[in-house]
Design a protein around this ligand. Sequence first.
Ligand code: HEC
Ligand code: HEC
Length: 446
Amino acid sequence: MRNAPAFLALTLVLACDGASTPNGDDPAMLDAQLRDLLDPYVAPIGTVNTQPPAMVDLGRSLFFDKILSGNRDMSCGTCHDMNASAVDGLSLAVGTGGTGTGAARAPGAGRQFVARNAPSIINTGLGFHYTLWDGRVNGFSNTFIAPKGVVLPAGLTNLLAAQATLPVLSRVEMRGNPGDVDVLGAANELATSPDSVAGVWNLIMQRLVNIQGYVTKFSAAYPTVAPASLTYAHVANAIAAFELATFNKHDSPFDRYLARDNSALTDDEKRGGILFFGKAGCSSCHFGALMGGESFINIGVPQIGPGFGKAAPLDKGRAEEVGFAGYEFAFRVAPLRNVELTAPYMHNGAYPTLEAVLKHYTNPDSAMRNYDVTQLRADLRSSHHGDAATIAAQLQTLDGRLTKGIPLTAEDRRLLVIFLKSLTDPSARNMASVIPASVPSGLPVP
Ligand code: HEC
Ligand code: HEC
């Protein structure tokens, strides 16, 4: 419903394409045009409640401590790398057992890529109702829905806490496989425990309460809870407090423009904005303060990777979780704040640059048929599923706004990229200062 006006605007403009005034040729008119388009759809980002310092401190240790992973080789910060705007720079994430660092990280022998691209966690605390590319963790009014098969622990305080219960359960991300030996040469007890979700969380708690540094930090964060009564919910709530306190990055030129400073954007950034909120129709999907995040749509991104759930080796996105065929290949509309910093793009990192993303929108059908696998790292190319049957299935649920593609000239695409870069908060470029020098387990911090 919320996007209906923008959708109408798109249809109208497309219908009279060519007859409309070229976007913003008259510099004096740019602000009037952009503000006219903006106001109904986008609002300045709200603030986040201050988090208790002891919770934030505990959460920060947990976020960077490899003790949470079965093989003691992965922390949240391995994939959400603070040196790289909380992403890993890879198309598909690489979990436990991986070799190499940074963009050279590769799956270890006998292991595969994680099915999806690691999104940035910047601004994830700002009131979304969904997280993850398929929204399989979601929450409205403090009831949190987890993926099928997971019963969340009691006492989670927010959506980010609900999300933080999951990476440790994933064998490919943090848990590991039966028979794995950890980096210290000990058997990985998290991997061999029976496949009970609560069992994995309990084993992690046993590790943590055996470390004096954590006992101290937990009692500072939860003064009334005895160590024996701590559950994984206490871990998850602390990680969420750290994320809420740390990753709010919305001091971009665009934010300053929203705060009514007309000089905050250059003329070309304004021209790009006029396209984004106007003729190009981007904001009919990327709506709201974070420019996305609250709906699921199939835009025809080429299928890459090991696949997810029952559909593997394909990834059917939202449909896998909700079972509704209309959602086949639909993924969460990516929020776009700070997007410049989080390449490669889409749920599977199919596109290395913003230019490539915009090219996709001009003709998703042909983008799928003629996908150039050399955009991917060599070890992923053979996992592109570009066969006729897959593409036909993807076309069935392709969003109606994209069946003909969005007619964007080279100049339009240039201006849109310039606009997208105005969404960058410079302090999100490098967040290395939040990495602690050490963590209570004594394991190395990257
Ligand atoms: C192996 C790499 C890896 C590790 C380790 C990892 N993540 Fe992630 N993270 C991902 C990937 C991939 C996704 C997207 C998965 C999906 O959508 O199915 C993700 C998604 C998220 C999201 C949702 C972001 C959004 O916009 O939807 C949050 C928040 C997050 N991770 C936090 C964490 C926390 C906290 C930890 C540690 C407990 C962690 N991650 C560990 C790779 C990783
Ligand atoms: C019909 C809905 C729709 C329209 C119109 C649309 N988008 Fe998107 N956009 C999405 C969805 C859904 C995704 C994620 C798709 C996926 O990963 O499979 C996405 C992803 C993106 C990404 C990648 C972000 C990331 O973090 O990976 C960028 C950049 C982007 N869109 C920009 C734009 C721009 C600019 C326009 C206008 C030219 C636009 N979009 C129009 C739905 C839409």
